[in-house]
Write a protein that binds this ligand. Structure first.
Ligand SMILES: Nc1nc2c(c(=O)[nH]1)N[C@H]1C(S)=C(S)[C@@H](COP(=O)(O)OP(=O)(O)OC[C@H]3O[C@@H](n4cnc5c(=O)[nH]c(N)nc54)[C@H](O)[C@@H]3O)O[C@H]1N2
Ligand SMILES: Nc1nc2c(c(=O)[nH]1)N[C@H]1C(S)=C(S)[C@@H](COP(=O)(O)OP(=O)(O)OC[C@H]3O[C@@H](n4cnc5c(=O)[nH]c(N)nc54)[C@H](O)[C@@H]3O)O[C@H]1N2
Ligand code: SF4
Ligand SMILES: [Mo]
Length: 688
């Protein structure tokens, strides 16, 4: 049975945290008389250790929020004002299906799904929805908004999104925390790093921002954004000239050593120090520590790949553990993402065969701002006429939001949004459909920070008239007349199909989680899942695509030169108490974060006459955003930080940091370059 009854009407249900967070915690929800009263970490799950972050500890506050959308809503006012009237499901589904049918009859590619990781659940995130759009022949979406530069960089080098098991970081002697702020965004890794620290390990943080994690590490390399490849190449330079190499590992398990050696020798520490803006001694010392400490581990995260050269930087860093043979030990190596370990049966779940030979175009979710404003053309295909948004809040999270908003504001665009709340995106919906939360539906999960499969059982009945995403697409499929039996699969059946025979579903039902059977040290004896089976310093696949086959440093798109009108670089990393734009409307969490802020170094503030707490305007050619300044040594000179993804409507002038960010893409993976963004800041009137 799913439950452990502690009294007749109080039960505990096992679940999984759905959020886009590497930790994928196991949840225990206490339900009293059908009402969820408490959400806790499941103590039986080792990676969760009975502890949740502050955000999800408040999960009942989010689920029972008085502003939950509980009935289908139809737009009654002008686009974007969020004026709706409640309608029944029958009316909403019939109308949406009729509109989509009409557009599909002309050209199904004029319909675009838009979704990301509002829930990471395989069922509510990538099952019935994909079947629906495949059968329809809609445009496909390249889901690039977060991790594709790093993901491809890793895949071209190691062969897959695989790496160290997170628990073994506890045994490491040296940990490089690189482009990552785990106290905010990877709490359960931080527990292991703390254990290692107590055992005498040295922790080194590599981050342009002096984060709360940097505060707790032994050393902080506060480099300029987008210069990580230069640092990695200089580390290699030192490993080579000092002979801190595992020649045997290199000979047996790597490809392209001569080419990488030649590249790295062009990067003496002095050159990298100038590019990165850090002391030479920090580089030489880190190289010595990395070259001479066993086991040495790298926790890489996606913060360092949201710049032009993010793919190459990831490749350069991913070469390091093969040079020193760090992979030989289970507490050595690197972890960026573990998601490639999970044997998800995506074809069964998503049914690409329903395309029946059609090959619809693919649009990049990063460039939704431009794409919604494009006319039909031979190169582009049809103008986007309908948008179906779920698990995402693009008006707040996509770059260049001035253009995103213009696109969403098109009166001739038919927009359907599946949501819990009236987000910035929901305000632009023609139909706003109420979705269930994780407490109310089935799902099954992978993790990108550990290697256990998790099951989520519904703890309570759907609130109001909410339906799960899968149910909404199932209902729409019926209205469209899609008769294939796969459209009848229930959410629970979809949970079973996600891993098929690859994972013991009985264990998931009994325990709530199931560890994958994996070796402790994945690449101790090589066996990289690349075409060559080696760690590919040199990538023939990249060469064939016209890319540099060996990793190099690629300067940012928007390098702020001295003469530039925009001399500052803005990064906008996650806020601790939000998850992207999720939780911004939960009052107790918003109270902790305060208000939209911009951290700026005292020297940059002084040069502009900016006092702590002042209202400032940050601007570039794309837009302008007002918020409050925090004058702080957390910033390095020349770099400012706009933390978290605030809802636009909660900002001083209805904007957020993405008003400034651009749609230029990364070197690999066609990802976003949120942290490659040149701006200027000035004091602004509080009520402009
Ligand atoms: N609390 C919380 N947790 C989250 C999220 C959240 O919004 N809030 N977001 C989730 C999501 S979507 C993701 S993708 C994951 C991972 O999300 P990441 O974006 O990797 O988040 P962080 O771990 O905070 O790491 C980002 C760090 O990278 C730093 N950084 C920025 N530019 C550079 C650079 O050029 N080089 C280097 N070395 N560092 C740089 C930032 O200052 C920041 O401290 O976290 C998830 N977890
Ligand atoms: N400036 C800047 N912009 C960024 C980033 C940054 O660091 N800086 N980070 C980027 C990154 S890494 C990412 S991953 C993206 C994240 O962008 P998104 O994936 O859009 O993430 P969220 O903003 O959390 O929005 C998710 C929405 O899904 C909804 N949701 C949750 N569960 C369900 C469900 O079961 N059904 C339905 N229908 N809806 C649900 C939530 O209510 C929420 O509004 O943002 C990117 N944007
Ligand atoms: S957001 Fe992350 S740390 Fe918080 S409960 Fe979910 S998985 Fe765990
Ligand atoms: Mo992300």
């Amino acid at each position: 049975m799913p439950t452990t009854a502690s009294s007749t009407d109080t039960i505990q249900i096992r679940g999984a945290c759905p959020h886009d967070c590497p930790d994928t915690c196991a949840l225990l929800t206490t339900v009293e008389n059908g009402v969820a009263t408490r959400v806790q970490g499941n103590p039986a799950h080792a990676q969760t250790g009975g502890v949740l972050c502050t955000k999800v500890s408040r999960y009942t506050e989010r689920s029972y929020h008085p502003e939950r959308i509980l009935t289908p809503l139809k737009r009654v006012g002008p686009k974007g004002l969020g004026q709706f009237t409640p309608v029944g499901w029958d009316e909403a589904l019939a109308d949406v299906a009729q509109r989509l049918k009409g557009i599909a009859a002309r050209n199904s590619e004029a319909i675009l799904p838009y979704s990301y990781a509002g829930t990471m659940g395989l069922v509510q995130g990538e099952s019935m929805d994909r079947r629906f759009f495949h059968r329809l022949g809609a445009s496909q979406l390249a889901r690039t908004i977060c991790a594709t530069a790093g993901g491809e960089g890793l895949t071209y080098t190691l062969g897959a999104k695989q790496g160290m098991k997170v628990e073994f970081f506890a045994e490491s002697r040296l940990i490089l925390i690189w482009g990552s702020n785990p106290i905010a965004s990877n709490l359960h890794f931080w527990r292991y790093a703390q254990q290692a620290k107590h055992g005498g390990a040295r922790l080194v943080c590599i981050d342009p921002r002096k984060t709360e994690t940097a505060d707790k590490c032994h050393e902080h390399l506060q480099l300029r954004p987008g210069t990580d490849a230069a640092l990695a190449l200089a580390l290699m330079h030192e490993l080579i000239v000092h002979g801190w190499l595992d020649h045997d590992y290199i000979a047996q398990h790597t490809l392209g050593w001569e080419q990488l050696r030649e590249r790295a020798l062009q990067w003496p520490p002095e050159r990298a120090a100038a590019v990165c803006g850090i002391p030479v001694e920090q580089i030489t010392r880190l190289a010595r520590d990395y070259g001479t400490t066993r086991p040495a581990a790298i926790r890489l995260n996606y913060g360092m790949q949201r710049v032009r050269g993010g793919g190459n930087a990831t490749r350069a860093i991913a070469c390091l553990p093969a040079l020193t043979g760090a992979w030989r030990q289970r507490a050595g190596g690197l972890l960026l993402s573990s998601s490639g370990h999970f044997p998800v049966q995506r074809a069964a779940l998503q049914r690409p065969d329903l395309l029946a030979g059609r090959q619809p175009r693919t649009l990049n979710m990063v460039t939704v701002g431009d794409d919604l404003l494009r006319e039909s053309s031979a190169a582009f295909g049809p103008r986007v006429e309908a948008l179906v948004v779920y698990n995402s809040n693009p008006v707040a999270v996509a770059p260049d939001s001035g253009r995103v908003v213009r696109g969403f504001a098109r009166e001739d665009l038919f927009t359907v949004v599946l949501e819990h709340f009236r987000t910035d995106t929901a305000d632009y919906a023609d139909y706003l459909l109420p979705a269930t939360t994780q407490l109310e539906h089935w799902d099954v999960h992978l993790s990108y920070g550990h290697t256990d499969v998790l099951l989520n059982r519904p703890a309570i009945a759907p609130l109001g008239q909410a339906r799960s995403n899968a149910q909404i697409f199932r209902d729409l499929a019926a209205r469209m007349g899609f008769a294939e039996p796969c459209f009848a699969d229930s959410d629970e059946e979809l949970c079973r199909q996600a891993y098929g025979e690859q994972v013991d579903f009985g264990a998931l039902l009994d325990q709530g989680f199931a560890p994958l059977a994996l070796p402790d040290a994945p690449f101790a004896d090589g066996g990289f899942p690349t075409p060559s089976g080696q760690c590919e310093f040199y990538s023939a696949r990249l060469a064939a695509q016209g890319h540099d086959p060996v990793p190099d440093h690629l300067p940012n798109h928007e390098l702020p030169g001295r003469s530039s009108a925009y001399p500052l670089t803005m990064i906008s990393p996650p806020a601790r108490n939000f998850l992207n734009s999720t939780f911004v409307n939960v009052q107790s969490l918003r109270d902790i974060e305060g208000r939209p802020l911009l951290e700026i170094h005292p020297a940059d503030a002084q040069a502009r006459g900016i006092a702590d707490g002042a209202v400032v305007r940050v601007f570039n050619d794309r837009g302008s955003h007002r918020c409050h300044a925090v004058v702080s040594e957390r910033a390095r000179p020349g770099v400012i930080h706009g933390l978290g993804i605030w809802w636009r409507k909660l900002g001083l002038d209805g904007t957020n940091v993405n008003e400034l960010t651009g749609q230029a893409l990364t070197d690999l993976g066609a990802g976003p370059t949120f942290y490659d963004c040149a701006v200027e800041v000035e004091v602004a009137p509080a009520n402009a």
